[in-house]
Design a protein around this ligand. Structure first.
Ligand code: UD2
Length: 301
């Protein structure tokens, strides 16, 4: 990738910012397209060129795409709640804009690595979830990611665009946004720092697959150079972590005396979500390396 020109859409965001930095470190020429609505310009590495614009705007996408070999399409509205409140608005960003990125990539002959999501599976019938599992998303967000994931495959089949969809499970790490709609790790960390209590929704036996952002970056770099395109890979660790166990891990690191309390389960909450990682291991030669305990030590230090 040292010779490559890469575009990171959403490069001022959480995953995109880490990815843009890793690409710069590897000597790539890096363009970032971001409207900085939820991202922060200070996250964009100094060595990258920031095109401040909306990913729905074809002119901005084309400007950012000039001379690009590979696009990492991370720009999205990642809030499930927002997609429920405003499905047309999130569709425009999560689907229409992805189609625009694919078209622009087709014009310049660039590869597209797309940030898909475990949300496309809805509530899995069985875990771990392989890529071929049924897809019945339970939110507009999940359906939007599924639609964009399919478009990536179709662009490979119909037009020969090299595409890879990476289905992220629960990503965590430094720089993740806080606030009311943040992920559970950020939320528990904020609660523990305030002295507690940590609020588990339901009995806490529901499970998730928490994958560190450094591993998500590595999966993207692997996808940029793999020979296997027109396909999709789960990006997770393959390990199930119970939410009550997570609460205890964070409490013990930040505020050992803090209380863990249980509230109502979240409406429509998914009971179990764990990636089957065998396809990524075999075809992409990717395996997550950061153990949750180490990732939490690093994040909460
Ligand atoms: C994740 C993604 C979401 C979407 C979805 C697809 C994140 C932040 N969200 O939602 O974008 O892709 O997967 O299925 O990655 N919980 C508590 N206490 C709290 C907050 C959460 O117990 O204070 C529980 C919550 O009820 C759930 C679990 O923690 O069982 C994970 O919640 P989350 O919001 O971090 O992530 P998830 O998997 O619902």
């Amino acid at each position: 990738l040292s010779e490559a020109t890469a575009l990171v859409t959403g490069g001022a965001g959480f995953v995109g910012g880490h990815l843009a930095r890793a690409l710069c470190e590897r000597g790539a020429t890096v363009h970032v397209l971001d409207d900085c609505s939820t991202g922060a310009p200070e996250r964009v590495p100094d060595a990258a060129t920031l095109v401040e614009g909306d990913v729905r705007d074809d002119a901005a996408v084309r400007e950012a795409m000039a001379g690009v070999d590979v696009v990492f399409h991370e720009a999205a509205i990642v809030s499930v709640e927002r997609s429920v409140d405003d499905p047309e608005g999130t569709h425009a960003v999560n689907v229409d804009a992805t189609l625009g990125v694919l078209e622009a990539a087709r014009e310049v002959g660039a590869r597209v690595v797309f940030a898909s999501s475990a949300a496309i599976y809805g509530a899995p019938k069985a875990v771990p979830v392989p890529e071929g599992a049924p897809k019945e998303p339970s939110s507009p967000y999940g359906l939007e990611k599924l639609s964009a994931d399919h478009y990536c495959r179709l662009y490979a089949d119909l037009y020969g665009v090299e595409t890879v969809a990476l289905r992220y499970f629960n990503v965590y790490g430094p720089g993740q946004r806080g606030g009311p709609y943040s992920g559970v790790i950020t939320k528990f960390a904020e609660q523990a720092r305030a002295g507690g209590p940590l609020t588990v929704q339901g009995d806490g036996t529901q499970t998730r697959d928490f994958v560190h952002v450094a591993d998500v970056v590595r999966a993207n770099l692997a996808a940029a150079t793999t020979d296997e395109t027109g396909t999709a890979y789960n990006v997770g660790t393959g390990r199930a972590v119970e939410i009550r166990e997570l609460a205890a891990l964070i409490r013990d690191r930040v505020a050992p005396g803090a209380e863990i309390v249980h509230g109502e389960a979240r409406a429509g909450d998914i009971r179990a979500s764990v990636a089957d990682v065998s396809k990524a291991r075999e075809e992409l030669d990717f395996e997550a390396e950061t153990a949750l305990a180490d990732g939490l030590d690093d994040l909460l230090a």
